[in-house]
Design a protein around this ligand. Sequence first.
Ligand SMILES: Cc1cc2nc3c(=O)[nH]c(=O)nc-3n(C[C@H](O)[C@H](O)[C@H](O)COP(=O)(O)OP(=O)(O)OC[C@H]3O[C@@H](n4cnc5c(N)ncnc54)[C@H](O)[C@@H]3O)c2cc1C
Length: 466
Amino acid sequence: MKYLFVGLLFCIVLSNFTIVLGTNLFDFKPKPNRDIANAEKCFCKLSEEVDDCGCKIEQIDRLNNYQIHPRINGLVQKDYFRFIKLNLNKICQFWSDDARCSLKDCHIKACNQEDLPASFRKIISLKENQDQVSGCEQTNPLGHINSSLSDESLKAFEDMKKYDDAQDSFCEPDDESNAQAEYLDLVLNPERFTGYKAPHAHKIWNSIYRENCFENTDRVAYGPEKNACLEKRFFYRLVSGLHTSINIHLSARFLHKGVLGQPDVWGPNPEEFFKRFDPEKTNGLGPQWLKNLYFIYLVELRALAKVAPYLEKETFYAGRNQQEDEDTKTAVVDILKIATSFQHHFNETNLFRGNPIEAKKLKEEFQTKFRNITRIMDCVGCDKCRLWGKVQTLALGTSLKILFSGKISSDNQPTKNLFQLSRIEIVALFNGFARLSNSITEIENFRESLSNCKLNKGMKNQNAEL
Ligand SMILES: Cc1cc2nc3c(=O)[nH]c(=O)nc-3n(C[C@H](O)[C@H](O)[C@H](O)COP(=O)(O)OP(=O)(O)OC[C@H]3O[C@@H](n4cnc5c(N)ncnc54)[C@H](O)[C@@H]3O)c2cc1C
């Protein structure tokens, strides 16, 4: 009943009834007709093709909204995908005044050991057991095995593997064995409005876009350089698409302050969305930023399709519930099938071509810059934003690793034992892609709520989180 009431008011505001009550309750102003007209203008532009890809926005909307989104949204709720082990306490390497924001909505709800599925808890108890075993060995000389040689070989092997992985990798994933790394429940800590804003948030975005500026200049590149090569435009579009996705989520899960004793309500805020993407308010750039979301979506979709044969062999074992583990595997295979059957994939082979020495140099430069972006995430001052920033940059870094690793053959078969993804990379890959998928459905929701105010549709994403 409460949501019906909230929804009714939501629609009243959108229908431009200048009712004072609606303004107060949701803390947004009634929309003049001009804004609706702008909305039409803004979204009409999105009916074109996605740059450098051979497909139209509508094709991606159809694929995502009807096939991918319902599936991936369910998948990331499952045990294997909802828990991720990250270190949110890493020191910012770039500047010292990384004041952690004390906003209530920035806080992360920690995960109790008892809430974790057995397999994740086992990692801890296995380690404890190992410690106990080595203690026993010391007290029993007969049982003692001289492991010094194998330790050395093991270390050499580990170093080789690290070197090998580093060649492929576009990020620096958190070291899961670090004592400060802890399991976090992504379902319990959804990405939404936190109130994190300028100047801190701008400092982070500035630094990220500066990485896009491949020359050593102080100019902050909020767009690709003039006549930039394909790789540099690619880099900019990925970052911009990620930025778009984050800003769509905070607009779609906005905190509407309750007045007159009413509780606060989480729900969509179309005015926030338009403020961020309306061409008039963004120097005409808003529609391009939205298109960049579709671009990054296509890149991650292609990565999933490419790595499908590898992922189909994974077990996705969490160990709390056998049936759920089986369902998880089935759901992954199902999504991969859809991803693989898409006709208009992004073609990564167009990048890093030409003169092999130049191409290699450019790829390394690209890798270094992307790794820096993942390090910048340790400087994000709001824990919740840091968590999702890390997950999403890791997802993108994992996608780039898949696309450019060279250890997956042209028929998408990973070279035996050479190509590897860690659990954290797999979990981030699916969660990051799920975020992009969700953003695309949110665009559709905003479009629908603004063009025809149907109560049911407008209410689709109202959340009951308080
Ligand atoms: C890693 C990270 C994660 C975050 N997560 C959250 C979160 O979960 N919840 C939350 O409420 N806030 C989050 N924020 C903050 C949020 O992204 C904004 O920075 C904040 O709301 C302030 O917005 P703004 O209007 O000042 O512009 P900002 O979004 O900060 O953008 C700064 C400038 O960048 C340009 N710009 C904007 N969008 C794009 C684009 N898509 N492509 C290219 N250029 C663009 C514009 O010129 C704009 O003025 C996060 C910030 C960062 C850096």
